[in-house]
Design a protein. Structure first.
Lengths: 279, 304
């Protein structure tokens, strides 16, 4: 009895999931892609039909040329790369410190850093601070702010991981005369790789997509990241919303993370599921 | 030959707990992180308080104390209460949609089979799209000419409704998109939570005569509580900072129907009212603290 009921339940579940996935993910993606291939007038109807006149090259060239795409891509790659590298390295070092320390002061510092995950960073005083440091409106200022405000999640995840590790390996290496830096780079960092991978995924998602802080901290098209380029491209047309071009920009802006995801999806989904359990 | 050193080592271990280990001077390793968080998170957070009560604008370079005038300026224009209300409603809708949908998806996809892996990956796709881009995608779906109205027209010929142009529907619509964008991630957290419940516990419930519904609510759900606490708090508080999706979909309109605190902050910034902008930032900080502390305490009490 249970065999048949189990099978019927499984079939019903997958039918339900498919019916849910179509409007939830498939239609939105299809609408964006297919309309990004159309001429402006046809795209304005926002139908799901194939284009009657294909306009792929024109639309995507417009995004590359007028949409500031390539420069924004370069800026996004630079900003995300530097930020994630710094946060992971500095955060892992801090996690080792916090995970192995029993001092009250260190405990307090740890809680303050964890609190930074929950409390959203305050924008206008940040601008005030950057102005005071003479780095307002610069890529450097934006990266420093990102490092300071995204550190919490990595420190939190990695400290929990360090606490669960027995200190035997570090002890043994220390007795054998290894320096702290050697122990950190040769023992701790490799052990922390899985949790740092999870942290990097969360970081790349939030840093790549950041629009709020970027709007205020990165003025001008020179320093624009992909969300900034998309926004100024979408709002640049006075007459009407050019759906075909906006969607082409959406496709190109989303492509880098989606391509990376296609190659790494097993590790990403698996890592996040396991990482969530530990965090 | 090797007998003696071994025995002394053992004796040493027994008499004094061998903590020839790293002294807790690892503080140096934590220092860079403390410096970054201190300078770029704690300092602005502290600065926000005096700035909220200051007269900092584009037009006046000196910053002086001006009491509650930033708050009364915002309140006098009728903006403040509306923005707080919009933000709260947005957050509650986003939190509810996100947790109900992702908990259901997680329950359906809890087993790690090949097919479930495919669906998990599919539902994860929106997480990779920037919130701004997600806003543009759904602005298209919800457009009067868009696919949603086209679908409804199949049953209701001539159906034409501007979801984002209507004061009542615009706010839940933008909040829904916020939830849509993040559901893939919360689903994974719930899957991890569900799978941390030992199978035997569920089987025992079935043997005792529970049906699937009862087993879920009486057995699985209470043990899911840590994941539930985490997701509810994070989604609610995260939505207090609502900005990107709204900016893409409605720009705060129609009227002020979707003008959240951060959208209002952007407007005040554009007007050069930096003090008023700081005051709005302070309101979000206070809201987060007020919501987080009792929510965490309350949800913790429900945990097994």
């Amino acid at each position: 009895m249970s065999m048949r009921r189990g099978q019927r339940w499984a079939i019903a579940r997958y039918v339900g999931l498919t019916l849910f996935a179509i409007p939830w993910v498939v239609v939105p993606i299809w609408m964006v892609v297919v309309n990004s291939f159309k001429m402006a007038g046809e795209a304005a109807n926002l139908t799901l039909d194939l284009p009657s006149i294909w306009s792929i090259a024109e639309n995507y060239t417009a995004v590359l040329v007028q949409g500031n795409y390539l420069r924004a891509l370069g800026n996004s790659l630079l900003i995300s790369g530097v930020t994630i590298f710094a946060v992971v390295l500095i955060g892992a070092a801090a996690a080792w410190g916090f995970g192995r320390s029993r001092s009250k002061a260190m405990q307090v510092a740890y809680y303050i850093i964890v609190l930074s995950i929950l409390i959203p960073p305050t924008l206008i005083p940040t601008i005030y601070l950057l102005r005071d440091m003479h780095i307002e409106g610069s890529t450097l200022g934006y990266i420093l702010v990102l490092i300071g405000t995204r550190m919490g999640i990595v420190v939190f995840l990695a400290t929990g991981f360090v606490r669960a590790l027995p200190p035997d390996m570090e002890d043994a290496a220390f007795i054998d005369g290894a320096s702290r830096l050697q122990i950190f780079f040769l023992i701790m960092l490799p052990l922390l790789t899985p949790v740092l991978f999870v942290g990097s995924i969360i970081l790349v998602i939030t840093v790549w997509g950041d629009f709020f802080f970027a709007t205020f901290l990165l003025p001008g098209s020179q320093r624009a990241t992909l969300p900034l380029a998309l926004y100024s491209f979408a709002t640049s047309s006075v007459q009407s919303f050019r759906w075909n071009l906006v969607f082409a920009h959406v496709v190109l802006s989303s492509l880098p993370l989606i391509v990376a995801y296609v190659f790494l999806q097993r590790r990403i989904v698996g890592g996040l599921t396991e990482g969530a359990l530990k965090g | 030959m090797t007998g003696r050193p071994t025995s002394t080592l053992r004796d040493g271990a027994r008499t004094a707990p061998r903590r020839a280990r790293l002294k807790p001077t690892n503080i140096w390793f934590a220092l860079p992180a403390m410096a970054f968080v201190g300078l770029f998170f704690v300092v602005p957070l502290a600065l926000n308080l005096p700035l909220s009560f200051s007269s900092w604008t584009t037009y006046r370079s000196e910053i002086v104390w001006n009491g509650f005038s930033n708050f009364s300026l915002l309140h006098g224009q009728g903006y403040l209460i509306n923005a707080i209300w919009v933000t709260l409603a947005y957050s509650v809708v986003a939190m509810l949609v996100q947790n109900v949908v992702s908990l259901s998806l997680a329950y359906a996809l809890r087993d790690s089979t090949l097919l479930n892996g495919f669906f998990r990956s599919l539902f994860f796709l929106p997480v990779l799209i920037s919130p701004l881009a997600a806003g543009y995608v759904w602005r298209g779906i919800l457009d009067p000419a868009g696919p949603l109205n086209a679908f409804i027209s199949m049953f209701w010929p001539g159906f034409d409704f501007a979801w984002l142009g209507n004061i009542t529907t615009a706010l839940p619509a933008v909040a829904f998109v916020d939830a849509w964008k993040w559901i893939g991630l919360t689903t994974l957290v719930y899957i991890a939570g569900i799978n941390s419940v030992p199978r035997e516990v569920n089987e025992a419930a079935y043997i005792d005569g529970a049906n699937a519904w009862q087993a879920f609510w009486r057995v699985t759900f209470p043990m899911l509580a840590p994941a539930f606490t985490f997701n509810v708090v994070v989604t609610l508080i995260g939505a207090f900072s609502a900005f990107d999706v709204i900016q893409a979909m409605t720009g705060g309109g129609p009227g002020a129907a979707t003008r959240s605190i951060n959208v209002l902050l952007r407007i005040q910034w554009g007007l050069g009212n930096f003090g008023a902008g700081s005051a709005l930032g302070l309101i979000i900080t206070v809201m987060v603290i007020v919501a987080a502390v009792p929510l965490v305490a309350w949800l913790r009490r429900r945990e097994v």
